[in-house]
Design a protein around this ligand. Structure first.
Ligand code: MG
Length: 256
């Protein structure tokens, strides 16, 4: 599939989708507390998304049974919400969710601390988020895809973190996953030349250990191969002639 360039009208709808998703994440952050089950987080997430007249894009995607992936500690991505999984003080939890607004998609993930967390866990969350912004700096028309990939990967690796290779970011539009794939590490090829109107989901998945991951028996949950903590940070962005626009971060918000 060719990489699509969105029209101004389509971009506006993706912008609206992104702003809704940003608000959903802000609301979800407030419920991340010791004692809540990941099932409850999913119930809240679905209610929020439908409250904005959106469709939860994850629900039913390849038969995924929930509206949000909730991945705790060594779980990297795709954790399935469950009544049996309870957040505990000291955990880190990644929430990855998406919305469909008037046929247009937005996809974003955040990793939060549950109560007080260790210094190294805090640092992991920060470096993961920072590596995303490092990628964004290189996401502009005229650059190549690999400029983004290399920037994300080298930011995290040069600080001693593991960069997951088996899962990657992606183009996004009317489909959640469109071309191109956006790895979080330097590729051998330059990749496509970026054009204004391309929309991408950049999503570094970073670990305190190595880059290897395992797939769980549930067919979904991806964990670190070495049991180390993992964090995930993702936004849907728009390529422009200048700085990329981060569609799924509230316009009023800064880097934090
Ligand atoms: Mg994604």
């Amino acid at each position: 599939m060719a990489v699509t360039v969105k029209s101004e009208h389509e971009i506006q709808l993706m912008r609206e989708a992104g702003q809704i998703l940003a608000k959903v994440h802000e609301e979800l952050q407030k419920v991340v507390e010791p004692g809540i089950t990941t099932f409850e987080i999913d119930r809240i997430c679905e209610r929020l998304i439908r409250g904005y007249d959106c469709i939860p894009s994850f629900l039913g995607y390849n038969d995924f049974p929930a509206s949000v992936c909730v991945s705790i500690n060594d779980e990297v991505v795709h954790g399935i919400p469950s009544k049996k999984r309870i957040l505990r003080e000291g955990d880190i939890v990644s929430l990855d969710t998406g919305v469909i607004w008037k046929g247009w998609q937005s996809d974003a993930a955040r990793t939060w601390a549950v109560g007080e967390i260790s210094e190294e866990a805090r640092k992991l969350i920060d470096v993961t988020r920072e590596s995303f912004f490092e990628g964004v700096k290189h996401a502009r028309a005229g650059n190549h895809l690999n400029d983004i990939c290399a920037a994300i990967g080298s930011y995290a690796e040069s600080r001693g973190y593991g960069v997951v290779r088996d899962l990657v970011g992606h183009g996004i539009g009317t489909e959640m996953h469109e071309d191109p794939e956006v790895p979080n590490f330097r590729m051998r090829m330059k990749g496509i030349r970026l054009q204004p109107g391309m929309t991408l989901a950049l999503e570094p998945m970073i670990t305190l250990g190595g880059y290897e991951v395992c797939w769980g028996d549930d067919g979904w949950t991806v964990t670190t191969g070495d049991g180390s903590l993992a964090a995930h940070y993702e936004n849907t962005i728009l390529i422009t002639e200048g700085e990329a626009e981060i569609l799924s971060l509230r316009s009023s918000q800064g880097e934090s």
